[in-house]
Write a protein that binds this ligand. Structure first.
Ligand code: IPE
Ligand code: IPE
Ligand code: MG
Length: 254
């Protein structure tokens, strides 16, 4: 590519690509950011280098969602099962999350991002919890994109904690069992108040949900790409959105 066409490509990707229909964009995109370890391994690097690169990918995807008009992005950063990884990797990730949050807060404010976390946050290191509280409180009233980070998140655990919380209210006489419907249940999930994802993207080829948003993805369109997370860029996101716009979302109807 000539220098001129590279610039043309970059400018073109700053705005919604013209073949996409703005009116039929997913309002909420969720991503399972997988493949950091494989990306690093392919380059003879330690796994943590893949995680570091993965942060850059996420930052650009968030900006891209904002540039193109997607209203909400949810990213799976750490699952309840990821505690089973080597201690060094877990420690690295916790420190990385904390550092990135601290470094990016100012940028999130200037870009009007509203950050939120879902998961069992009490089990995270307390210094990370402090950064989370600060970022959530500081960005709470920002009118821009809703950015949700799933950290120490498990879909089954989320459903169980909702059940426990509802059961407690029933026991206290605050709720009658006949009142438990989908809307009430949703209000007890970590994601209370958020719309369900319209599009769920998983990178690095695995055809599974890995305990992510089990309740919320009931009718999400699934898109799996072989591209490893650190290589997922705007052109890849464009492809995912094109595929999404070709889907016929029937929601059980004909
Ligand atoms: C995803 O990449 C990041 C996290 C789960 C934190 P992986 O670390 O799972 O990368 P692979 O799947 O081993 O390549
Ligand atoms: C899912 O990726 C969790 C995150 C992206 C945070 P994993 O790499 O943990 O999933 P599995 O182990 O392949 O199912
Ligand atoms: Mg993985």
């Amino acid at each position: 590519m000539t220098a001129q066409s590279i610039t043309a490509q970059q400018t073109y990707l700053q705005v919604l690509p013209p073949d996409l229909d703005r009116a039929r964009l997913p309002k909420h995109v969720a991503v399972i950011m997988d493949g950091n370890g494989r990306w690093a391994k392919q380059r003879g690097l330690p796994r943590i280098m893949g995680h570091r690169r993965g942060v850059d990918t996420l930052k650009d995807l968030l900006r891209c969602c904002r540039d193109w008009g997607v209203e909400a992005l949810t990213a799976y950063a750490f699952s309840t099962e990821n505690w089973g990884r080597p201690l060094e990797e877990v420690d690295f990730l916790m420190t990385l999350f904390e550092r990135v949050l601290r470094q990016e807060l100012r940028e999130m404010m200037s870009e009007n991002v509203r950050i939120q976390f879902v998961g069992n946050l009490q089990a995270l290191p307390s210094s990370l919890q402090d950064e989370i509280t600060k970022a959530v409180e500081t960005t709470r009233n920002n009118p821009g994109i809703q950015f949700t980070v799933a950290t120490n998140y498990g879909g089954r655990q989320e459903i169980l904690q909702a059940c426990r919380s509802i059961a407690t209210k029933v026991q206290q006489g605050l709720i009658d069992p006949s009142e438990i419907d989908e809307a009430l249940f949703e209000r007890h999930l970590y994601t209370a108040g958020n719309s369900d994802p319209d599009l769920l993207i998983r990178t690095s080829g695995e055809m599974r949900i890995s305990n992510f948003l089990l309740w919320q993805v009931a009718y999400a369109e699934l898109y799996v790409t072989d591209t490893l997370w650190p290589d997922f860029n705007r052109a890849e996101f464009h492809q995912a959105l094109s595929a999404y716009q070709q889907r016929d979302r029937r929601f059980g109807k004909v």
